[in-house]
Write a protein of this length. Structure first.
Length: 213
């Protein structure tokens, strides 16, 4: 994760006004300035987001961390899999060797596997969750993730609105969850394919796939 912290003092690229009012070429930052602001950045690694720091992670970094998880739940996996995003993600994760768990309170079995009514019902729990339900359900799922201590959540989004909820995103981040609010695990290695990579490129331009989270 890349942490960007607003430094104290004048930024390196600032142009200092001259006494006459005209800008002058800034001088190189002093050794003291560099040391002080390096210390601020290092200190930020040990602080939470409640103290004014801005924590930034690229979508590539976040997806790599998410897909490093071995046990992943997918909510919204349907009994009728045709053209359903949750089923596509579930199938891909299963094909790539993940321990993947379907969550659907209205089904006992999906994709030939057991389905669970909630995240808390999954034996042994999970490390990460893909939300592929309607966006109005996402906040409820995010709250359950916070209660269970799940630290990584990906709200699926393709060309449409997908499962992304602003309230769910805010709640998750306020409770220390890394929330990916858009895109799809199938767009990123090691679960990607060529078609999804092209889709990722196009949807990044439209904003459906965030560049940073």
């Amino acid at each position: 994760m890349r942490r960007i912290v607003r430094p104290r003092g004048r930024p390196m690229n600032a142009t200092a006004p001259a006494p006459c009012g005209f800008p002058v070429r800034p001088s190189a930052p002093s050794t003291t300035w560099r040391r002080r602001n390096r210390a601020i950045v290092q200190e930020a690694d040990q602080l939470d987001t409640g103290r004014g720091e801005v924590f930034v992670q690229t979508i590539k970094e976040a997806s790599t961390e998410f897909l490093a998880s071995k046990r992943i739940a997918v909510t919204g996996v349907s009994r009728t899999p045709k053209a359903h995003a949750g089923n596509a993600v579930y199938q891909r994760l299963r094909q790539r060797g993940y321990e993947v768990f379907a969550v659907n309170p209205n089904a006992k079995e999906v994709e030939g596997d057991p389905s669970y009514p909630s995240l808390s019902a999954i034996p042994g729990g999970v490390e990460a969750v893909v939300i592929a339900t309607r966006p109005e359900v996402s906040e409820e799922t995010m709250r359950e993730c916070a209660e269970l201590g799940i630290q990584r959540v990906w709200m699926h989004r393709g060309p449409g609105a997908g499962s992304v909820s602003t309230d769910a995103t805010r709640y998750g981040r306020e409770h220390g969850i890394t929330v990916i609010d858009g895109g799809c695990p199938c767009m990123f290695d090691p679960t990607a394919d060529a078609g999804h990579k092209l889709m990722r490129f196009a949807l990044t331009l439209t904003g459906s796939v965030p560049r940073r989270i």
